[in-house]
Design a protein around this ligand. Structure first.
Ligand code: ATP
Ligand code: MG
Length: 446
């Protein structure tokens, strides 16, 4: 992408309404524009990041054997009356009446609708296990929408639902989700810690929230620092292997890690040596639930088991805050100059800064680098504007591309350009070919 052709409405001033750094940078970098309270338009740069996060989630869910579907945002109240949640949900549910006077609602989550799909088509245990998921907009009429996309009213969420024959199978589905979530967050460059949680309005027996550590997080968290050392890395994962999934889930759930809702100070002190006790704040970026037959029993979602009996299916639901993640990643990865995107979600793989726009040789070198990166399947952002170098650098730093290639007449005289790492600020002079090769290497396999 050429900057001169792009729509990147960068703000010079810090918007007064933004209280936290991710909100400030998202507005300043022209990623989003507020449409009304807690409702945002996604501008090209922000939309790219949202799409990248979404892609990682799709890939990891499908790797785990989960099937993508898409359900409507507007739903009839009828199904919600069947489960009893139409009255229970309270004012967070946006209720709408259509022209025929029928009660509708904007989906805050979709257990009812997916259970209805299930009961219409699945009758036998032989069709199980089944996990369906979607990435779709949700609406919750939050009393105090704030922090930009972190607590919106309309927000983008991955919601998945497993259907299993019994509690044992459902436990494997739970573990499978835990592992696939850990993998997804890791690919986004995040450490998200599973913490034992309260179940809230969805109701459940077993539930973990995934929290990203950040000072601006809304939850207080208590954890054993050992948990922050864990990583899946390049481990091969076989999602059909119950033991492997259970072992990984155990590895991540054994060290103490709880939010204030479930925190037990005595247990914390007993289990965790003092030097490893941490109290800080976290942002909830996902949650997994096992809730058994809570929806399937009242809604008649049953199958025949291997003894020919009709039994309600065991279910769980599993959410990831896709739009919230954009903010959470920035909270976890920024400095005083702007965002520092992890390679897994960056809107462009590298920036190219032309220090002397209009100088034939410099322009040509930039074009060559641009073409070489593009040919390698990468997406560079080429700042080809007639702007001062300082202004170009400031913009690149603000929008946070992990790698920058700086091209100027002085370097070119010696056959070199500069490759700069946004995170460390370290620069290296090398030939344009080597700079391209280096960037290709960094993104190889992603
Ligand atoms: P919270 O406690 O933050 O209100 P929740 O527990 O009610 O969230 P879930 O039902 O678990 O939310 O939804 C799954 C995920 O969707 C959450 O983990 C969170 O990342 C995201 N999410 C929930 N509410 C919002 C919101 N208002 N704006 C943006 N993302 C949200
Ligand atoms: Mg939650």
């Amino acid at each position: 992408m050429r900057f001169s052709r792009y729509f990147l409405p960068v703000l010079k001033e810090t918007p007064a309404e933004a209280q936290i750094v991710s909100h400030r940078y998202m507005l300043r970098a022209g990623m989003i524009k507020q449409a009304s309270a807690g409702i945002y338009s996604w501008l090209p740069l922000g939309f790219r990041v949202l799409r990248n996060i979404e892609r990682i989630i799709h890939e990891e869910q499908q790797r785990a054997g989960h099937l993508p579907i898409l359900m409507p945002t507007l739903q009839s109240a009828e199904l919600w009356r069947e489960s009893g949640r139409y009255d229970d949900y309270g004012q967070e549910m946006l209720r709408i009446t259509d022209r025929h006077g029928r009660d509708m609602l904007y989906t805050p989550t979709a257990e009812e609708l997916v259970t209805d799909i299930f009961r219409a088509h699945v009758t036998s245990y032989k069709d199980l296990p089944l996990t369906l998921y979607q990435i779709q907009w949700k609406f919750r009429d939050e009393i105090r929408p704030r922090f930009g996309v972190m607590r919106g009213r309309e927000f983008y969420m991955k919601d998945g639902y497993n259907f299993d024959i019994d509690a044992e199978h459902a436990l494997h589905a739970y573990n499978r989700h835990m592992v696939s979530y850990l993998r997804s967050y890791e690919r986004m460059g995040l450490k998200a810690i599973p913490m034992r949680a309260d179940s809230g309005p969805i109701g459940g027996e077993d539930t973990h929230e995934f929290l990203v550590l950040a000072e601006t997080g809304e939850s207080e968290v208590f954890y054993d620092s050992a948990i922050t050392e864990l990583s899946l890395g390049a481990r091969e994962i076989d999602y059909s292997d119950w033991d492997q999934c259970a072992l990984i889930a155990r590895e991540w759930t054994t060290p103490y890690a709880r939010t204030d809702e479930t925190h037990d100070q005595a247990l914390f002190e007993r289990e965790v040596p003092e030097e490893r006790r941490r109290v800080s704040r976290g942002i909830e970026v996902g949650q997994i639930f096992y809730f058994g037959t809570k929806y399937s029993a009242p809604m008649g979602a049953t199958v025949t088991n291997d003894r020919g009996e009709q039994v309600p299916v065991h279910m769980g639901s599993h959410g990831i805050g896709v739009s919230r993640l954009v903010g959470a990643i920035i909270e976890a990865s920024h400095d005083e100059r702007g965002i520092v995107w992890p390679e897994g979600v960056t809107p462009f793989h590298a920036g190219i800064v032309n220090l002397r726009q209009g100088d034939a040789e410099t322009d040509r070198a930039c074009e060559d680098i641009y073409a070489a990166l593009t040919e390698a399947g990468l997406e560079p952002l080429y700042d080809d504007r007639e702007e001062r170098a300082g202004a170009k650098f400031a913009t690149m730093d603000l929008i946070g591309l992990p790698w920058r290639i700086t091209v100027g007449p002085r370097g070119l005289k010696n056959g070199v350009v500069e490759l700069t790492c946004r995170r460390t600020g370290e620069s290296e002079e090398l030939s344009p070919e080597l700079a391209v090769a280096r960037i290709r290497e960094i993104y190889a396999g992603s």
